[in-house]
Design a protein around this ligand. Sequence first.
Ligand code: ATP
Ligand code: MG
Length: 380
Amino acid sequence: MDICIVHYGEIGTKGKNRAFFEKKLVENISRFAKAKRRFGWIEVEYYEGIEEKLRKTPGIRYFGVGYKTDLDMSAIKSAVLKALPEKFESFKISASRRNKKFPLNSIEINRELGRAVVETTGKKVDLENPDVTVWVEICENFALVYSKRIEGIGGLPVGCAGRVVSLVSGGIDSPVASFLAMKRGCEAVLVHFFNRTLHSAEVRKKIVMLAEKLAEYQGSIKLYMIPFEEVQMEIIRIVPPKLRMVVYRRSMMRMANMIAEKERAKAIVTGDNISQVASQTLDNLNVIYAASKLAVLPPLLGFDKEEIVGLAKKIGTYEISILPYEDCCSLMVAKHPETRARKEIIEEFEEFEELEKSAVEKGETVEVSCSTTEVGSFRR
Ligand code: ATP
Ligand code: MG
């Protein structure tokens, strides 16, 4: 194989911004391969294993893996023969002609190439339900030929929508939420709050593993690990158990906003899902989200748990999320938590700003990429 022919969906409809989206996608692909912007598609140099990377790059609807040839029928014919798999019984040629100066139209190209394949291989044409389809795209100065077409994840290139702070717990939901934000073009900065006095080494390992998995979709990812046992202790000291969860989540919101300011992020993403747990009633979400200056986006809003689990399995975070870990929330959970929190009452208890600031300052940042992990300390 010579090249990958990358096609994007939605970017194509973005009018004047199209070039911006295309350049972003080229930039993102360039992190792992040689890529060049063409008219309406992107040319990517092939190497073994690249399929897996392209399959995980947001913004790609599908891509072909095949050959680039000269613009003449005999060159195209041999590329078609090369592109055929070893075993098949029936086939179909599907030509499209972007270059209208090419002497044959697409129906004529289909016929001529079809005839050549029948003569050489003895296989039969089946337009309805072929074992193999060979796509032929006639461009300005060359032709593209491929029989292998792979679905991408769609969406928009990471970064074109700006940056978000995505709150990840060690659970199943929040990594899926981060992924969905990335899929819509957001560059996610991950934030995890943890308690250093509880099994923190294991928790850290697990969260870094989740970040590494998510980095496969984003290229690289910055993770903030915020030790917040002091805030937690203070909450336990002054807030009645029934209200702790909401207070605790509001506190996370405020710290997430502090990080967003440093990172110039424009929104906060959470793994909330309406009514899944007590903290996610509409009354509680209202009170929790009111603690954020920035818009709070919960991409899982309308998903059922099985759908979330299905997606988590598909993107590869599920296996990591189900590893056992000490959830620092469990300290906070009352047997019968408030399901209808009221902001005025909650606010009476909240005097944690200094502790929150200091927790964020003590935070550590980890630069995670799919292959290497560098650990640095965060202080400014
Ligand atoms: P998840 O499966 O993502 O843990 P959940 O259904 O268990 O979600 P909660 O535990 O109430 O729900 O958390 C709701 C959201 O709050 C999470 O999806 C995540 O975005 C954020 N969150 C909860 N705990 C933490 C934490 N320790 N660090 C960072 N974010 C958190
Ligand atoms: Mg959870």
